[in-house]
Design a protein around this ligand. Structure first.
Ligand SMILES: *[C@@H]1O[C@H](CO)[C@@H](O)[C@H](O)[C@H]1NC(C)=O
Ligand SMILES: *[C@@H]1O[C@H](CO)[C@@H](O)[C@H](O)[C@H]1NC(C)=O
Ligand SMILES: *[C@@H]1O[C@H](CO)[C@@H](O)[C@H](O)[C@H]1NC(C)=O
Length: 146
């Protein structure tokens, strides 16, 4: 019980730090994703710290090369997610550039069938979010554990 409370507090502080350091709010993005899933009677997702790391690293990579891409010097999406300790059975990635906030990024993804399919993937369990204010790069990583 005590441990759970302690852990929840650490997560809360980590979420605040994440927010302050990169200017996006993964919890807000999660709530937008879950609203869309609930409209479609799908299970909601939870944030996963390993997917957050994978998404943030890829976002920083895109910002550094100033290019929207799924290719990454450190490997394929599958490899990048595994490298963060997330053993997946399914994984997908949405990327976007130029949107000023979570709402705008979600609007453009929901407007594109390929990205929408990832947001509404019936079997995903977890979400990771990355953002860079250097060019407004966004990443969503979706995963299902192995
Ligand atoms: C992931 O799989 C590897 C073996 O492929 C294993 O060593 C590791 O403990 C697994 N990690 C998790 C978090 O399940
Ligand atoms: C997101 O950005 C748009 C466009 O600038 C703005 O109209 C909207 O109020 C912003 N939404 C949030 C939640 O910040
Ligand atoms: C959504 O798609 C329509 C038509 O394909 C396009 O006109 C509109 O600009 C798009 N909106 C966004 C936010 O991408």
């Amino acid at each position: 019980m005590l441990f759970t409370k302690f852990f929840a507090r650490i997560l809360f502080i980590a979420a605040i730090l994440f927010n302050i350091t990169n200017g996006a709010d993964p919890n807000y993005m999660l709530s937008l994703v879950n609203q869309e899933r609930q409209k479609n009677r799908l299970s909601t997702l939870a944030l996963d710290s390993r997917l957050n790391r994978a998404a943030q690293l890829h976002t920083d990579y895109m910002a550094s090369i100033k290019k929207l891409t799924h290719d990454d010097r450190s490997g394929s999406l599958e490899d990048r997610v595994k490298a963060q300790g997330y053993n997946w059975s399914a994984v997908a990635e949405n990327i976007a550039k130029g949107q000023v906030n979570e709402t705008e990024a979600m609007k453009s993804w929901m407007n594109s069938s390929r990205h929408r399919q990832n947001i509404l993937g019936p079997n995903y369990k977890h979400l990771g979010v990355g953002y860079s204010n250097n060019g407004n790069y966004w990443t969503q990583d979706f995963g299902t554990p192995a």
